[in-house]
Design a protein around this ligand. Structure first.
Ligand code: NAP
Length: 242
């Protein structure tokens, strides 16, 4: 299958590598390919320049967001959360219409020291804010901006290394979640998750549940800081609610 990944960050690379290994044709999208390939310094998270990554993966193609989306039969969104709606809205209407768009962007708003009224310090600076929260989500904003596209929210409750390879913990016996308003798109996302190795999937229902997935990001970070490393999440089912 031709799968477009919009984004060149660390998460996008995990998906690109794994999907290639699974035999898919992967097209990676970026704003300006020449500019992305010209970068020589790691990004603020220490991720190596994209050209260095690409040099060891000759099967991958890098092109613009628009050309990648146009080429993909399925599209994965890994664009920085604060810019995702604007970037996706700028694509030609034909590029995403009728397609499944798996969204894993998190609506982080990064803060400078002194920005937050009640700061939450972390080893890498102040915890970013989430915006939107509670009454809206980034995934819903993307869906409203792209009414002809079928948006599914998933992946965000795990580190991307774990998303693409759940077997690294507990023989893969832990839980992944998805939400969306289109059953066909959720089935496509399920097939992809199964191919990655996920067996325990919880469908949270409509895309409005993406609010819960995105707001979970802070809890995920807090647990990761407490444990000092990566971890899995397992839902243990109980009886019916009274
Ligand atoms: N488990 C998970 O699901 C998980 C884990 C980590 C992060 N995330 C979320 O996934 C998303 C991607 O994270 P990441 O760390 O892989 O990469 P990132 O550094 O957050 O974002 C990189 C991508 O965003 C694009 N971008 C940045 N500013 C832009 C702008 N003004 N206009 C258009 N595009 C812009 C970049 O374009 P260029 O290619 O042109 O530079 C690049 O492709 C984020 O929302 C992040 O919070 C999810």
């Amino acid at each position: 299958m031709k799968i477009a990944i919009l984004g060149t960050g660390a998460g996008a690379r995990q998906h690109a590598t794994r999907l290639s290994t699974l035999g898919h044709e992967v097209i990676v999208g970026t704003r300006v390919p020449e500019a992305t390939l010209a970068r020589t310094e790691p990004d603020m998270m220490g991720t190596e320049p994209f050209a260095a990554y690409l040099s060891t993966r000759p099967g991958l193609a890098l092109t613009t967001f628009a050309e990648a989306a146009e080429a993909g039969e399925m599209v994965i969104n890994g664009i920085d959360g604060a810019n995702a709606v604007t970037a996706l809205s700028a694509l030609p209407a034909s590029a995403l219409a009728g397609k499944t768009l798996i969204d894993y962007s998190v609506p982080y708003v990064y803060q400078q020291p002194g920005d937050a009224e009640h700061p939450w310090p972390t080893p890498w600076g102040e915890m970013p804010r989430l915006d939107p929260v509670d009454t809206d989500s980034l995934a819903e904003r993307i869906q409203r901006a792209l009414p002809s596209t079928n948006v599914v929210k998933t992946f965000v409750t795990q580190e991307q290394e774990t998303v693409v390879n759940p077997s690294e913990f507990a023989d893969g016996d832990h839980t992944m979640f998805l939400a969306g308003d289109h059953d066909d798109a959720k089935s496509a996302a399920r097939r992809l998750l199964n191919a990655y190795g996920w067996n325990d999937l919880v469908d949270l229902g409509p895309l409005a549940a993406a609010r819960a997935l995105e707001m979970y990001a802070h809890f995920h970070t807090a647990v990761g800081l407490a444990l000092g490393g990566r971890f899995g999440v397992k839902i243990v089912r109980g009886g019916s609610l009274r």
